[in-house]
Design a protein around this ligand. Structure first.
Ligand code: CDT
Length: 304
């Protein structure tokens, strides 16, 4: 690569995926976005959380065979064949989320895959929101705690041709610790996907703030850790449940430099300049000079 520190990245937002939509139909939509990404010479393309199917934690599913269809036992390269055919001559890293079953253990997972089909990074969601039992009073369920185990890979970072990358998934982005643990390992770009309903049944008073809270936590995470954030939504009206859009690319200054305009399939493009991380990391949030971890012990001593 000519200049490792500058490249085009894309948040590849997907519009709604309804329960009857096949994985093949989703892949062909992803392919369309990749054709566009390739035309813009994007090197890093980020797809949403659980992007191969509808957001199934919305449903209470008791039929195990039906539930199993949502999971992959390995990265589904055969499904993704056309995608890798398209980019085989390129030097692109793709990130996407899927429901993983590893030796029977279910995880909400995201991976980095290189053009050569090499898996160069994996993350399993740590902050699983929602509940584990059916709650009839809700207009829709959020059963992530039922369908997934807490991720067991920590928050790893990955040295790549596009800088030091790290992943988180949806609800993780609301927690400042996520970005800080990644930043302490030198992370320069955090990529993430999300499925965020507009309506939060437990605090509907906040529904009008969903888009604001989405950007607020990611902009704060980017700025206070001097890193880029690339965030990709699954958006729009999915089986009658409205999911927010707002996919975006945020600079280490905390500024949104590119943002989705629709709640449909849409590519959000921006130039990533890794050197911009330094202005924050070497000054206002210079960890070596200014962090005071001895006064933060409570952070890991208690869950309350
Ligand atoms: N997928 C996911 O983590 N969604 C949550 C919804 C709110 S909690 C029920 C989020 O944090 O966006």
């Amino acid at each position: 690569m000519k200049n490792r520190s500058k490249y085009i990245a894309a948040a590849a937002q997907l519009g709604p995926i309804n329960p009857e939509d096949s994985k093949e139909s989703v892949i062909s939509r992803m392919l369309n976005l990749l054709v566009e990404a390739k035309a813009h010479e994007a090197k890093l393309v980020v797809f949403p959380e659980l992007c191969l199917t509808t957001f199934f934690p919305r449903y209470y599913i008791t039929d195990q065979a039906k539930l199993d269809k949502f999971y992959e036992t390995e990265v589904p390269f055969s499904l993704l064949a056309e995608i890798f055919e398209l980019i085989k001559e390129e030097n692109i890293i793709i990130s996407f989320g899927y429901a993983e079953k590893d030796n029977g253990e279910p995880f909400n997972t995201s991976v980095y895959v290189e053009t050569s089909k090499k898996i160069i990074g994996k993350y399993r969601k740590i902050h699983l929101p929602g509940h584990s039992e059916y709650e009839p009073q809700r207009p829709f369920q959020h059963l992530e705690k039922r369908y997934f185990k807490k991720g067991n890979l920590g928050f790893p970072t990955f040295d790549t041709s596009l800088g030091k990358l790290g992943m988180c998934i949806c609800n993780d982005r609301r927690w400042p610790e996520t970005y800080r643990v990644l930043a302490l390992q030198g992370c320069e770009v955090v990529t993430l996907g999300y499925n965020t309903p507009k309506h939060y049944p437990l605090a509907p008073e906040h529904d009008h703030l969903q888009e604001f809270h989405n950007h607020l936590c990611m902009q704060a995470g980017a700025y206070s850790n001097g890193l880029w954030v690339i965030a990709s939504a699954k958006a729009g009206l999915e089986d009658n449940c409205e999911l927010i859009g707002g996919s975006c690319i945020i600079s280490p200054r905390g500024e949104i430099v590119a943002e989705a305009k629709t709640a449909k399939d849409e590519l959000v493009l921006a130039e990533i300049n890794l050197d911009e991380c330094r202005l924050i990391k070497e000054n206002i949030f210079n960890f070596d000079l200014h962090r005071q971890p001895e006064d933060y012990k409570l952070l890991t001593k208690t869950t309350k």
